[in-house]
Design a protein around this ligand. Structure first.
Ligand SMILES: *Cc1c(COP(=O)(O)O)cnc(C)c1O
Length: 429
């Protein structure tokens, strides 16, 4: 359905009622496994001669409808849905760096990702280099040595709403044979489609604005179908015989889709963070309103930014619509639908006043999610990003007075009134 426009694809792509007794809403395939018709059918499925479902940990029709729909929205070629955003990120990077090597990563990242980079990957023999050279692709070029297996960035970063020039980063990375992986969670395909800007792989926490109701944990991995970057020299894992494949390699079996095939066969299959069919169904329902939700969240965020910029309780505001936004040029070029619902601001006053402010908030939820239909507020340095060390805070440009807001779908004036009364209660205005 790639020829249809975005808003039609978000309702229709990846599912055909003709496959399901003409059911208009995709059925939830609440099943663990699938019967083999006979021994030949079983053998064909196990040797990938025939496509089909075996076991829900590695494939389920409802889960496929969900991943196919996200794939269509991003203009990707291959997709797999997994049980969380963290699973999407770790399976992707393990798949690229299974033989060791270095991942060059942006420092402007989700706290859990930084945590995995500090604690999980080094234990597995994978080096992580956080580098602010992602802001300057010419500098980045010098860091693209032979042992680099991926460049990893967020398109719109959490919590600062930094945006990177992914066209330029991709150009430089490709010159050195390295794929670019983009966590597009904050942007969603409604605001930004990384594959159209040269990226090779997109990962999502579908928990957030992509599905938008704060009721599932889910992740998606997508790629652009160009396998030519994965050379035998740098990525031998795709070309080695695998016992499960009876001596064939993943590249032998699916020459156009061995990246996601190996991520599924090795990591989803063996580490096992599968998405449940129930959650995939809720994800599909969420996708149906993606544009409407993210457009309203963006509008609400813009109204809140305007208010905060005029408030004496506020030191600075970061959002693509903010007056002194650092990345205005890239935002104007790349974000035609606006900068999304997430913004950060620096609160004036003491840490006691900051606590007083948060404790007096009535309408915003105070917790660690984002992209929800409900507005959320959180003191990121003490919560979502509390695992960062001092150097990482500095590199990530997260000041200790940072407050993150994820605007939801409420009335903007009610949200602004809530902030105003809480600033007052804290003695800040
Ligand atoms: C939440 C989040 C993740 C992790 O996703 P989960 O679904 O919670 O595992 C990854 N990246 C970003 C940018 C996020 O906001």
């Amino acid at each position: 359905m790639a020829e249809l426009n975005f808003d039609t694809r978000k309702i229709r792509a990846g599912y055909d009622p003709l496959d399901n007794n003409l059911a208009v809403s995709p059925p939830i395939y609440q099943t663990t496994s699938y019967d083999f018709k006979n021994t030949e059918h079983a053998q064909n499925l196990f040797t990938y001669k025939e496509a089909g479902y075996l076991y829900t940990r590695v494939g389920n029709p409802t889960v496929t409808y969900f991943s196919e729909r996200v794939k269509a929205l991003d203009g990707a070629k291959n997709a797999v849905a997994v049980g969380s955003g963290m699973a999407a990120i770790t399976y992707t990077l393990l798949n690229l760096a299974s033989k060791g090597g270095t991942i060059l990563a942006s420092p402007y990242l989700y706290g859990g990702t930084i945590d995995a980079f500090d604690r999980l990957f080094p234990e597995l023999g994978i080096k992580i280099k956080l580098t602010d050279a992602v802001l300057d692709p010419e500098k980045l070029e010098k860091e693209l040595t032979d042992d680099v297996k991926a460049v990893y960035v967020e398109s719109i970063s959490n919590p600062n709403a930094y945006i990177l020039d992914i066209d330029k980063i991709s150009e430089v990375a490709h010159k050195h044979g390295v794929p670019v992986v983009v966590d597009n969670t904050l942007a969603t395909p409604y605001l930004y489609r990384p594959l159209e800007h040269g990226a090779d792989i997109v990962v999502y926490s579908a928990t957030k604005a992509l599905t938008g109701h704060g009721n599932i944990i889910a992740g998606v991995i997508l790629d652009n179908g160009d396998m030519s970057l994965y050379t035998k020299e740098r990525y031998p894992q795709f070309f080695e015989p695998i016992v499960m494949l009876k001596g064939k390699s993943t590249a032998d079996i699916f020459p156009d889709n061995f990246f996601i095939f190996r991520a599924t066969l090795v990591y989803l299959n063996l580490l096992g963070a599968a998405l449940s069919p129930q959650d995939a169904y809720l994800g599909i329902i969420g996708l149906e309103t993606l544009s409407e939700r993210v457009a309203k969240q963006t509008k609400n965020a813009e109204a809140i930014v305007k208010y905060l910029e005029s408030s004496p309780a506020v030191e600075w505001v970061r959002h693509p619509s903010a007056k002194d936004y650092k990345f205005k040029e890239v935002a104007d070029r790349d974000l035609a639908n606006g900068g999304g619902g997430v913004l950060a601001f620096g609160i004036k006053g003491t840490s006691e006043q900051e606590a007083e402010f948060l404790n007096n908030i009535k309408l915003f939820h105070y917790h660690v999610n984002l992209g929800d239909a409900r507005s959320l507020i959180v003191d990121s340095p003490n919560t979502t990003h509390s695992e960062l060390n001092d150097d990482e805070f500095k590199l990530a440009d997260i000041p200790s007075n940072l407050i993150r807001i994820s605007a939801g779908l409420e009335d903007a004036q009610d949200l602004i009134d809530d902030l105003e009364q809480a600033f007052k209660a804290a003695g800040l205005i």
